[in-house]
Design a protein around this ligand. Sequence first.
Ligand SMILES: NC(=O)c1ccc[n+]([C@@H]2O[C@H](COP(=O)([O-])OP(=O)(O)OC[C@H]3O[C@@H](n4cnc5c(N)ncnc54)[C@H](OP(=O)(O)O)[C@@H]3O)[C@@H](O)[C@H]2O)c1
Length: 335
Amino acid sequence: MKAVVFDRFGEPRDVLQLRDVPTPPAPGPGEVRVRMTLTPINPSDLMTVRGVYGRLPTLPATPGFEGVGVIDAVGSGWLAKLRGIRPGRRVAVLNGHGGNWAEFVNLSARAVVPVADDLPDEQVAAFFVNPATAIVMTKRVLQVARGSWLIQTGAGSALGRMVIRLGKHFGFRTINIVRRKELAAELTQIGADAVLSSAEDNIPARVAEITAGAMVPCALDCIGGPGVVDVIQSLAPQGRLLVYGTLSGEKIPLDPRSLMSGQKAIEGFWLSEWVKQQGVFRMLSLFRQITSLMRAGVLTTPVAATFSLDQLPQAIERVEQSARGGKILLKIDVT
Ligand SMILES: NC(=O)c1ccc[n+]([C@@H]2O[C@H](COP(=O)([O-])OP(=O)(O)OC[C@H]3O[C@@H](n4cnc5c(N)ncnc54)[C@H](OP(=O)(O)O)[C@@H]3O)[C@@H](O)[C@H]2O)c1
């Protein structure tokens, strides 16, 4: 079968190769084999290839933490039967170990989610990583209250847009920081209450104006670097900031006094750690919630372009561009 492989960590354009590799064997007990159809290129995939992600694979490795595919074979065990997982069934593939950028992948039956026929492949390809992170951070960890404010950086990202739509859906208000002010109209249209520019606006002063001096109790950051200091200054007393990404690759230059006065807190969030603390039934309930919010247009992913595996270099070049206008997908199934 064809698979994308890297033998060493480095820049994706230098180290990723499309290769012929052995097809995985018949699945063992509790496992399934999936024929992959479509997979997104997410920041976590590229951080893994660069060797800077929180957990790294043994090399050689194949990237890909999520995607959509069709069940090809099912091993023995009750879980797959109980969940209606059988050959031919379309599933979202949540592969915490990576390896989805390949024609076939073997994984635990727990890691696939049968999906309703009305959800398009392009959305099911990005069923879990961003939708689950957006809903879990806002509704389960921060528990942003109806009518309350949340401020976020990287608001133009696929995940940032989900947070905006979740705000509209659940009734919390969002202040959204972007590096390109031209995104303001688009984000306002999907429900952003305010859009600020990290380059042009004095963030704490603008937040004070928008909230009539109350500042914000909850914040999300996926960028890192000096801009996070502005977000901390925008927090109300007892405010909480969740850091969940490092897109700038920069450290946060933090004066401890900025947390002490007001007793503010910074916490980290990583979906794969959160998932480990959940039982099967809580996960099934999360899958149901994501399905209904995806169907309602809340947890949807904008897609900029789809490339075939043969076009991997072009796909990587496109994904590294600023203002790319949505996710880049890899079409694995070329039949
Ligand atoms: N912790 C977790 O469990 C978890 C789970 C899921 C996702 N994440 C993180 O969530 C973040 C967003 O993921 P995504 O898939 O939604 O991303 P995405 O759709 O690929 O979008 C990336 C966005 O970040 C912006 N950006 C990139 N570098 C930037 C920088 N240096 N300064 C300011 N903006 C920058 C881009 O802005 P332009 O439009 O201007 O180019 C783009 O809007 C990533 O950091 C990802 O790792 C974390």
